[in-house]
Design a protein around this ligand. Structure first.
Ligand code: KG4
Ligand code: ZN
Length: 335
């Protein structure tokens, strides 16, 4: 019998619901919260309110698009953490109530594990990685290197000491007037720019940890100096600033991935998280001269989505890893 699961994601500023049947996604609905754009970042209180407003229509739409009735569901999977507590509580309360009323199992999911495991979603028979693999989680909230022994045993072996990689994109973008989230716009503009125009310094952090706050300061100073000389600096140099920033970020990432391969002896690499949608990062690693087996999730599952939560729900369902109804949500939740 096929297994049908509803996944719910509400950890940050996307309200999402998805239906998975075995490892095939039948629907994946994402409501983005436009309200944060004008603030240059996510406002937690506004995010919780928007989740509250969106959750029922988003779940209804996911069910109807998948052509599934509620009574056909075998389990409800939801994001337990990490994330904004108020946002997580909306998704978890909804998931718990529905699992109680339908009398079906509840499955808690770690959002960061889901970013790495969504690559296992079926995609026209495309090859999947083997364990162990090195997970490179690059998102707005996190930058992690994770040694993945199996679906549920993951070991954090490197992380950022300050800003995340997504914040490096978003905060630098804000400096040159881009709306939040700036990552996709920087990606697009980089294609038209000269990546060697500005030389941003690389952080001096050994091993597998990252630091991006120095890059942001370096970027800001470059822009301020430029503006002091020419008030049209941003307009003239915008594409070059984007291309130089993006290529510096790729250099940092490439160095850390090489370190991880050398330290662990593992050369299967899986990228997850919103920043893994970046076309420069994809091109660079897909054409890497190092002997790496590189895997990216399908583009539509890189930024926050419930398909990845449903996928982990399916993996846990097979192992009967069900959750109690009194489980608390976790703003911080170890991978
Ligand atoms: O995984 P995600 O949706 O949310 C978190 O869990 O944090 O990641 C969001 C981040 C934002 O910082 C956004 O700017 C970045 O992913 N992002 C990108 C691209 N698409 C999204 N960064 C660079 N290039 C992109 N194409
Ligand atoms: Zn995420």
């Amino acid at each position: 019998m096929p297994v049908t699961i509803l996944g719910i994601e509400s950890s940050c500023d996307e309200t999402s619901a998805a239906i998975i049947r075995d490892n095939q996604i039948l629907s994946n609905i994402i409501a983005n919260q436009e309200v944060h754009k004008k603030y240059g970042g996510v406002v937690p209180e506004l995010a919780s309110r928007a989740h509250q407003k969106n959750i029922i229509p988003v779940v209804d739409l996911a069910l109807s698009k998948a052509n599934i009735e509620k009574n056909q569901l075998d389990a409800i999977a939801y994001t337990r953490g990490p994330g904004l507590l108020g946002s997580l509580l909306v998704g978890s309360s909804f998931a718990k109530s529905l699992s109680m009323s339908l009398e079906i199992p509840l499955i808690e999911v770690n959002h960061m594990q889901a970013h790495l495991l969504c690559h296992f979603i079926e995609n026209n028979g495309e090859k999947k990685t083997k364990f162990p693999f090195i997970g490179v989680n690059i998102s707005g909230g996190h930058t992690q290197i994770v040694l993945c022994h199996n679906y549920f045993e993951m070991e954090l072996i490197g992380e950022t000491l300050d800003d995340s990689i997504g914040e490096a994109f978003d905060k630098c973008g804000k400096i040159i007037g881009f709306e939040y989230p700036a990552g996709p716009q920087i990606d697009k503009k980089s294609k038209e720019g000269d990546s060697k125009r500005f030389a941003f310094s690389l952080p001096k952090v050994d091993g597998l940890n990252f630091s991006f706050s120095g890059l942001k300061t370096n970027f800001r100073r470059t822009v301020e100096d430029g503006l002091n000389k020419n008030k049209n600096f941003i307009k003239i140099e915008s594409n070059n600033l984007c291309a130089s920033l993006q290529s510096t970020i790729i250099k940092i990432l490439s160095q850390k991935v090489s370190n991880a391969v050398n330290i662990t002896g593992v050369n299967n690499i899986v990228f997850g998280g919103g920043v893994s949608a970046n076309s420069g990062i994809r091109d660079y690693f897909n054409n890497s001269k190092e002997k790496l087996n590189v895997f990216f999730s399908q583009n539509q599952y890189t930024t926050d989505n419930a398909a990845m939560i449903a996928m982990v729900g399916y993996l846990k369902f097979k192992e009967k890893k069900f959750s109690a109804l009194d489980l608390n949500s976790r703003a911080r939740y170890k991978i």
